[in-house]
Write a protein that binds this ligand. Structure first.
Ligand SMILES: [Zn+2]
Ligand SMILES: [Zn+2]
Length: 121
């Protein structure tokens, strides 16, 4: 008689790219981990962050933006993989807009908060 509480479904559930959904708890965890990886891709001239499942990850060259403190950062796919984040105005501009610091070292927004003015003089 009691309604079944369905709070177990993972946030997002499926891949936004192909709509793939997991059929088991294990694959749900894996899919969620895959989708948690942020890819910076160019769409209609704009840089956007996407999460992809294993079947949807962009093919071709991949590079990575790496925070000097925590090692985190989005992956750069396709044409962006060739870009030097600190030199490419599109990628660098996107990172700065997200709160990254590019100088003196690549620093992600959370680490900027933790380390404050990392710049020492
Ligand atoms: Zn997918
Ligand atoms: Zn960081």
């Amino acid at each position: 008689m009691s309604a079944v509480a369905r709070r177990g479904s993972p946030t997002g559930g499926g891949c936004p790219g192909c709509g793939a959904r997991s059929s088991s708890v294990e694959s749900a965890a894996r899919l969620r981990a895959e989708l948690a990886v942020r890819w910076l891709v160019r769409e209609a001239g704009e840089l956007v962050v996407r999460g992809f499942c294993r079947g949807c990850v962009p093919s071709g060259p991949v590079s990575e933006v790496v925070c000097a403190y925590c090692g985190d950062g989005p992956l750069l796919a396709g044409a962006l993989a060739d870009a030097d984040p600190t030199a490419d105005s599109a990628v660098g501009g996107w990172l700065v807009a997200q709160g990254w610091a590019l100088d003196p070292v690549m620093t992600c927004p959370p680490c900027r908060q933790v380390f404050g003015r990392a710049r020492s003089s």
